[in-house]
Design a protein around this ligand. Sequence first.
Ligand code: FEO
Length: 169
Amino acid sequence: MITEKMEKAFNDQINKEFFSEYLYLAMQAYFERLNLTGFTNWMTVQVQEEHAHAMGMYNYVHERGGRVELMAIDKPQTEWKSPVDVFRHVLEHEQFVTSRINALMDVAEEEKDRAALSFLDWYLKEQVEEENTVGSVLAKLELIGDDKHALLLLDKDLEARTFTAPVIG
Ligand code: FEO
């Protein structure tokens, strides 16, 4: 059984993961408008990953006999100045998510919920990977600057990203 406090913390994070999905969908739409198919594909995969993160917690709360409470999802930003502006936002957002996962683990510690701590370990590792992947695209974009030819080459590279459903927990 899950405690009330733990259940609420998980429900808050489920909402944050769905918000992440929504934010990246807005970024996907931005790249579609620019006809940057590789960046669009990168965001499509990101959207799928966030959906999987949300559903991983959704399934876990049920598994522990808790109740999933879905809440309203905030309106995401829908306009950015440039691709580099988008990726700065992605990195900032992922750092925020990492801080939320840490806070969720703090609640698990307070509640002495070792099962939740062990489950959340996967999310912590995932955040390290996410920040690293995003940081690497951002570093390339910063190098590229105003070079449109280099931007199109990076766009081509990002077409290769594919989604693999994660095994969570
Ligand atoms: Fe679900 Fe990108 O953190």
